[in-house]
Design a protein around this ligand. Structure first.
Ligand code: 13P
Length: 339
């Protein structure tokens, strides 16, 4: 069906504890991150920041893929080298976010559906030319008193599968990301129920739409208490519930599961991943595809100043290494202090 071995590409991205850096913030989202460090959101500053990350020496040991935003996939480093070439120099796979964002879902006032299917076959052909090995599409499921509706889950699952099949047709590995948000005061049990309903719908659609499960990566949320819950579940509880849900819902044909961090702190996201991998024999590689939880310290250390590039790279390399260790079940809290 595809001219490339999608299973081999997917397995390489998560080989030996490697994971994914989600650096695909849209221009609007990166503005929020830059605002926190007082950096102006210009094309040059976005280039400088990402160039710093991609030039980090040795990060390819810990990072198997980097998700990019459209602008970044086309951008050149200060010296004229395409950023994609910098990424490949570390034997890391470049990826591309292809969705157009979560938009209000007609007839469901509080819910969204992710758009971007129109013209996607043609866009995939161009992204393949530009060097993308994998892609990402994020669906957003919000928990509230009467939501999510089955309508919202089904509409998003359908679009995710449409995207995934078009991606495979183009010879690009789709990362399938149904994110159940952490926002709210719901407990872990509610998150688990909604996550299972969502994954069940997603895998049904992937099957119906002839997506080859061997050639995808799943990017789910962890099963976790809401951000504002009175009593938040501890690390072991989150790890056990997440693994239970994944075993119930994710076929073992899927080569890898790479979590989003979704608002967890850097160390929390690492501790959760480590606890799951310490639980032992799992049918898929269990790794990371973090945005905020890989970049927070690096962004702060950099703060937009060229004299801070080395410090930013040290911070990024450290986080990547900690998450690599966690994906191998070899992380310990003392390793954070040692740095
Ligand atoms: P976070 O890890 O910051 O949630 O971002 C991951 C991502 O790519 C969301 O789509």
């Amino acid at each position: 069906m595809s001219d490339r071995d999608l299973n081999a590409i997917a397995r390489k991205i998560v080989a030996d504890g490697r994971g994914v850096l989600a650096a695909d913030e849209s221009t609007g989202t990166i503005k929020k991150r830059f605002d926190q460090i007082g950096v102006e959101n210009t094309e040059d500053n976005r280039r400088d920041y990402r160039e710093m990350l991609f030039r980090t020496e040795g990060h390819g040991t810990y990072t198997g893929g980097i998700i990019l935003y459209d602008e970044t996939l086309r951008q050149k480093a200060k010296d004229g080298t395409p950023l994609v070439d910098l990424i490949r120099a570390e034997d890391v796979a470049p990826g591309i976010k292809v969705d157009m964002g979560a938009k209000p879902l007609a007839g469901a006032p509080e819910e969204t559906v992710t758009e971007g299917l129109d013209g996607l076959r043609e866009r995939f052909a161009e992204y393949r030319e530009l060097g993308a090995d994998f892609a990402k599409w994020r669906a957003v499921i919000k928990i509230g008193a009467d939501i999510p509706s089955a309508y919202c889950i089904d509409a998003n699952a359908h679009a995710l599968a449409r995207y995934a099949k078009l991606s495979q047709e183009a010879g690009i590995v789709p990362i399938v990301e149904p994110e159940v948000l952490m926002d709210g005061d719901h407990d872990l049990a509610r998150c688990q129920q909604v996550t299972e309903d969502t994954l069940d719908a997603v895998f049904n659609e992937l099957y119906r739409q002839r997506v080859e499960l061997e050639g995808i990566l799943l990017k789910p949320n962890m099963v976790i208490s809401g951000q504002d819950a009175g009593q938040r579940a501890d690390v072991q509880t989150v790890a056990a519930a997440t693994v239970q849900t994944l075993k119930r819902c994710v076929p073992s044909a899927v080569p890898g599961i790479v979590f989003l961090s979704g608002g967890q702190s850097e160390e929390e996201a690492t501790a959760h991943l480590d606890a799951m991998n310490k639980m032992g024999s799992l049918p898929w590689a269990l790794s990371f595809s973090y945005g905020r939880a890989l970049q927070q310290s690096a962004l702060k250390a950099w703060s937009g100043k060229s004299e801070n590039v080395a410090a930013g790279q040290r911070a990024y390399l450290h986080r990547a290494k900690m998450n690599w260790a966690a994906a191998r079940g070899e992380w310990a809290a003392e390793m954070e202090k040692a740095a």
